[in-house]
Design a protein around this ligand. Structure first.
Ligand code: PPS
Length: 288
């Protein structure tokens, strides 16, 4: 089925019908943020599930109960998805929430609150590869076609949640001062304990080194891949077929090198560079 058939459209974005509805979008519009809410925001495939593991562990001082007993989509539910209205009353404060939305789509209460935002970015070349494979395994996303065809869709933003450059510009230009922290997937790969430490202090938690290392261990790729509460194995195969591509696929940086031709790389980099012209921030990765 096509993107149009599988999606509903909301303020210029395509959203998967399987997990979003008119009601869920109304629910987010009226959603009441609390001052101690923690919202992890990502463009898809940037480290969303990873943050859904890290943040609840930090907020619970390293107690493993949330990651061992609650699936990630209920532990840190997506603001925009249908599931939120079902689980919202069960969330304990401080609540961990997740979103793929643009800053401009945050509800009014977000702006009136002191809720904190963790924005996770990933090298867009690796996002494109990860998203390509996810389109193979997820029945609620359109067939990706060839990698070449998928790259066209990625660069045009003809995918669920729109264009990557729009997403990053939206949140990088958000005037949230000390309410937002920017993290990269690559930093998490490089030194997860250091990222856990800086997130802990951002969230006002003073965790011991022992707890920080415990959290980093439980959030490693291999441990998460074997955690049924986090590896999406609880989702029926008709929605996500892990035999086509596992959700926790490779978990590395630089896999794009195994996929891009030199011509695709040239086109990808020049398109992104052009879209970034005039922005006051720089990207944390070299585009070449
Ligand atoms: S989604 O669909 O937007 O929620 O996907 P998201 O969770 O953002 O991204 C999935 C990719 O993140 C990788 N991942 C990890 N990498 C390293 N370590 C850990 N712990 C980890 N957890 C998830 C996952 O493998 C996907 O990347 P790829 O490159 O496809 O492996």
């Amino acid at each position: 089925m096509s993107l149009e058939e599988l999606s509903l459209q909301y303020k210029g974005l395509f959203l998967p019908r399987e997990t979003h509805s008119e009601d869920s979008l109304q629910f987010v519009h009226e959603f009441k943020f609390e001052d101690d809410d923690v919202l992890s925001v990502t463009y898809p495939k940037s480290g969303t599930t990873w943050m859904q593991e890290v943040v609840p562990l930090i907020l619970n001082d390293g107690d493993l109960t949330p990651i061992q007993t609650i699936p990630n989509w209920d532990r840190s539910p997506w603001l925009e998805e249908t599931r939120l209205s079902i689980v919202v009353d069960k969330l304990k404060s401080p609540r961990a929430l997740t979103s793929h939305f643009l800053y401009e789509l945050m509800p009014a209460s977000f702006h009136q609150s002191k809720a904190k935002v963790i924005y996770v970015m990933r090298n867009p070349k690796d996002i494109a590869v990860s998203f390509y494979y996810f389109h193979h395994s997820a029945s609620f996303l359109e067939d990706p076609g060839t990698f070449e065809e998928f790259l066209d869709k990625f660069l045009e933003g003809k995918l669920v949640f729109g264009k990557w450059t729009d997403h990053i510009k939206s949140w990088k230009n958000a005037k949230l001062r000390d309410r937002i922290i920017y993290i990269t997937y690559e930093e998490m790969k490089e030194d997860l304990p250091a990222v856990v430490r800086s997130l802990s202090s951002f969230l006002g938690k003073n965790l011991s080194d022992e707890v920080i290392h415990k959290i980093a261990h439980h959030c490693s790729f291999d441990v998460m891949k074997n955690n049924p509460m986090s590896n999406f194995s609880l989702v029926p195969k008709i929605y996500i077929d892990h035999e086509k591509s596992p959700f926790l696929r490779k978990g590395v940086t630089g896999d794009w090198k195994n996929h891009f031709t030199s011509e695709q790389l040239r086109r990808f980099c020049s398109t992104i560079k052009k879209e970034m012209e005039g922005e006051s921030f720089t990207l944390p990765w070299s585009l070449d």
